[in-house]
Design a protein around this ligand. Structure first.
Ligand code: ADP
Ligand code: 5GP
Length: 193
């Protein structure tokens, strides 16, 4: 089947993972694209479910082998990337692919797949709220919160390059908006490639 792609990008802490998990709980025929990363596993994360955790040298080997559709060094020595084999696996299983990737990765995927892909930017209500969410998630050190906050303004500037934008001020509203966008896009028959 000709699968489609739904891309969610946002500054870290804006709520994209929460929205993507919500969409995966719906019967939209979506499957999560598991990225490869060199960052260490967080408590509760599972290999092959949240990420494929690779050593830096294995990741670099895969870059050389051209195994990635896109990859980014999102933070120093923290590489993230989408494996070509992952998209093929999901399409072969008859599903559409949903991504949770950083802003540059999202735009790279959109350029690679064109009309087959819907690129959605999740906008935090403010930088203060973004910081509160990152602190509240309790997954980051103070230094990594600063790194993530430092990138946010430039990421927000790129929101104009996305197909759609969701302001995540209230989760119930953001969920409904995301459902409507995704359902509409998956229903469209004529997605040119
Ligand atoms: P991202 O994947 O963009 O880094 P997450 O989905 O992990 O962001 O969300 C960051 C934190 O903010 C999480 O603890 C999440 O529960 C919380 N959160 C997400 N959306 C909202 C919202 N609309 N209101 C309050 N908290 C939210
Ligand atoms: P985290 O460490 O919080 O899981 O992710 C850090 C950032 O890397 C997030 O913005 C996340 O969306 C992004 N990311 C996750 N997977 C990929 C990927 O495959 N490619 C790119 N470019 N970014 C990714």
């Amino acid at each position: 089947m000709a699968g489609k792609l739904i891309i969610f990008s946002a500054p870290s802490g804006a709520g994209k993972t929460t929205i993507v998990h919500h969409l995966l709980s719906k019967k939209f025929g979506l499957q999560f694209s598991i990225s490869a990363t060199t960052r260490s596993k967080r408590d509760g994360e599972i290999e092959g479910k949240d990420y494929y955790y690779l050593s830096l040298s294995d990741f670099k080997k895969k870059i050389k082998e051209k195994a990635f559709v896109e990859w980014e060094e999102v933070y120093t020595d923290n590489f993230y990337g989408t494996l070509k084999s992952e998209i093929e696996r999901i399409w072969n299983e008859g599903n559409h692919v949903i991504f949770d990737v950083d802003v540059d990765g999202g735009l790279n995927l959109k350029h690679a797949f064109g009309e087959k892909a819907l690129a959605i930017f999740v906008m935090p209500p403010s930088l203060d709220t973004l910081r509160q969410r990152l602190e509240g998630r309790e997954t980051e050190t103070p230094a990594s919160i600063e790194r993530r906050m430092g990138k946010a303004p430039a990421e927000i500037e790129k929101s104009v390059d996305f197909d759609k934008l969701i302001l995540n001020d209230s989760l119930p509203k953001a969920f409904k908006k995301a459902e409507k966008m995704v359902r509409g896009f998956l229903k469209e028959k004529s997605n040119k490639s």
